[in-house]
Design a protein around this ligand. Structure first.
Ligand SMILES: *[C@@H]1O[C@H](CO)[C@@H](O)[C@H](O)[C@H]1NC(C)=O
Ligand SMILES: *[C@@H]1O[C@H](CO)[C@@H](O)[C@H](O)[C@H]1NC(C)=O
Ligand SMILES: *[C@@H]1O[C@H](CO)[C@@H](O)[C@H](O)[C@H]1NC(C)=O
Ligand SMILES: *[C@@H]1O[C@H](CO)[C@@H](O)[C@H](O)[C@H]1NC(C)=O
Ligand SMILES: *[C@@H]1O[C@H](CO)[C@@H](O)[C@H](O)[C@H]1NC(C)=O
Ligand SMILES: *[C@@H]1O[C@H](CO)[C@@H](O)[C@H](O)[C@H]1NC(C)=O
Ligand SMILES: *[C@@H]1O[C@H](CO)[C@@H](O)[C@H](O)[C@H]1NC(C)=O
Length: 493
């Protein structure tokens, strides 16, 4: 076994950056430009990102883009993680974590659940006797790594707790400070914790001596610098319990409902399984389970194969078949872009888009890129939203999403000698395809409007230039065909 001294800055090591950001007249947003190379047929859906880092904070928000790189939605300016569409009570909802992200790669925050009008319908919080490195109290202790809604309508969140523990087996002290890796299953509607699991409760099955995260010099000697032995970063609900990913163990663990480890798939030596066709992985993220039966299952994950202080190999998207009868783990797919080898030192995601066409969408974490692969492993879509290792999105997804916001379209009018230009947008709206511009003599809804212009939707913001109307008020309407979906306030010019 190799031992590595961990640097800090697991999430990001900021470098000078000069990425381009978009601006609009009708909204004050400055999202990073999404540079897109589409080289094949993609699956349906929008791109969901939560960028963080870089030279400006303006684009740090939950962001949705279309395949052409147009902004579709920008949420409030805040650090987010795991922004995606999930099903709750049979409806599509968007979910994301927001809160304080620590440089060493965990955080304290809440999970926000929004309906298809962007109304926040639930806010998931985790409270309890958690200990933080600086002893500060938080409103909620949900960690950023996981916010998975289960088929039974609960949500699973990770959590990190500072505790003191005997680390003499790995050259620490008898009361070193370390991070316990935990997860909690929470009732979304009441925030009641229904189930809790802690790695330290299973030290007999997950020994600290198997961590690849070396106990660096002085690490663990103070509460402010706890040793991160496990680094929990993904939980998938399974038929009989949970499948979890512990990045610093290079392993996935299948847990029974009582929390016991039933089996381990280890990225280095297979764990409980004989390795066939190179199912090796290290420093992984985003473990997911498919087609589980009592004799086997498919396990997918984002194989970073890198950490700030250790480069094992190229980052891959890895799919494996585990045979519980034959006790084998077989590599099925290993996705890489031959034209763009990536070494992602932290974060990242692997999303199987469709079990029939087998497209996979990957977010590269500390490398500010997302890629989509087809069933043959060819890259069909590649996009970048910042400078590598300067801007990161914890995960990146393609999600089908249809939304009509509860807020009105925005409109701004600018005037020249003979013309006015009307700038229109409707943040988050996916269903409209054209705009109509009206003038009116007063600003009441009973006013008779005069149609003075129209335009097909042109990305996030559409503009129309017309000669100066005689009436002083302007109002714009977003339509799908002839069907009015949204109406702006009246504005003057
Ligand atoms: C966190 O660790 C502290 C110190 O060991 C312990 O008292 C507390 O119960 C732990 N909290 C949780 C939620 O496990
Ligand atoms: C503990 O320290 C000793 C002496 O420095 C070293 O030989 C050994 O490899 C260390 N063990 C671990 C687990 O770090
Ligand atoms: C936990 O549950 C599993 C599966 O039912 C069982 O095999 C195991 O013995 C249980 N472990 C403990 C400690 O109860
Ligand atoms: C699950 O099994 C079905 C039926 O055999 C297959 O079409 C599908 O691709 C499998 N899913 C995965 C992730 O392998
Ligand atoms: C897109 O293609 C151009 C030209 O080959 C390349 O320079 C750029 O890095 C590519 N960007 C992405 C995100 O793949
Ligand atoms: C005003 O609009 C007309 C018609 O769209 C256009 O031909 C003309 O160039 C515009 N003038 C200015 C000053 O923008
Ligand atoms: C509507 O117009 C009236 C009269 O010009 C003005 O006083 C009022 O502020 C306007 N209201 C809005 C919402 O623009």
């Amino acid at each position: 076994m190799k031992w590595y001294t961990a640097g800090s800055a697991l999430l990001l090591s900021l470098q000078a950056a000069a990425w381009d950001y978009s601006t609009y007249s009708s909204m004050g947003f400055q999202p990073p430009k999404l540079e897109v190379n589409k080289t094949g047929t993609t699956d349906p859906g929008y791109i969901f990102l939560g960028p963080r880092g870089g030279v400006q904070t303006a684009g740090s928000a939950a962001l949705i883009y279309d395949d052409a790189g147009n902004l579709v939605y920008e949420g409030p300016e805040e650090v987010t993680a795991n922004f995606k569409v999930q099903k709750l009570d049979g409806e599509d909802v968007i979910t994301f974590w927001a809160g304080d992200m620590m440089d060493v790669g965990y955080g304290y925050g809440s999970v926000h659940i929004l309906d298809n009008t962007y109304k926040e319908i639930y806010t998931v919080t985790l409270t309890g006797a958690f200990v933080t490195p600086d002893n500060s109290q938080k409103d909620s202790y949900c960690d950023l790594h996981e916010s998975e809604i289960t088929p039974s309508g609960t949500i699973i969140c990770t959590a990190y707790n500072v505790t003191q523990h005997d680390l003499t087996s790995i050259n620490g002290t008898s009361s070193s400070y370390m991070l316990d890796s935990q997860f909690h299953e929470i009732d979304i509607k009441t925030n009641q914790v229904l189930y809790s699991w802690s790695a330290l409760d299973h030290e007999d099955q997950i020994p600290l001596t198997t961590s690849h995260q070396g106990l660096g010099k002085d690490v663990g000697t103070q509460q402010s610098d706890p040793y991160d032995a496990y680094h929990i970063n993904a939980i998938a609900p399974t038929n009989h319990g949970y499948m979890i990913s512990l990045r610093h163990m290079w392993s996935g663990y299948y847990l029974a409902q009582n929390g016991s480890v039933m089996w381990t798939v280890d990225g280095e030596d297979g764990g409980d399984f004989k390795q066939i066709n190179n199912p090796r992985f290290s420093w992984q993220h985003d473990i997911r389970v498919y087609n589980e039966t009592d004799s086997g299952l498919i396990v997918n994950l984002f194989n970073n194969a890198n950490t700030p202080t250790d480069q094992e190999s190229e980052t891959t998207g890895l799919s494996m078949a585990i045979d519980l009868t034959k006790k084998t783990v077989t590599g099925l797919r290993s996705l890489t872009d031959p034209n763009d080898p990536i070494h992602s030192v932290s974060q990242g995601s692997y999303q199987l888009l469709d079990e029939v066409d087998s497209h996979v969408f990957m977010g590269y974490g500390s490398i500010s890129k997302v890629k989509e692969f087809d069933g043959d492993g060819n890259v069909v879509f590649s996009a970048q939203f910042g400078d590598d290792n300067a801007v990161a999105s914890y995960r990146g997804f393609r999600c089908q999403w249809a939304a009509t916001p509860f807020w009105n379209p925005s409109v701004v009018v600018s005037k020249t000698d003979s013309n006015i230009t009307v700038y229109m947008s409707w943040n988050g709206a996916t269903e409209y395809d054209n705009w109509v511009v009206y003038s009116a003599s007063d600003n009441t809804t009973s006013s008779t409007n005069t149609k003075i212009g129209s335009a097909d939707r042109a990305g996030f913001e559409t503009s129309v230039t017309v000669s100066i109307p005689t009436e002083e008020y302007i109002q714009v309407v977003a339509q799908q065909g002839d069907n009015v979906l949204g109406t702006s306030e009246f504005v003057t010019f």
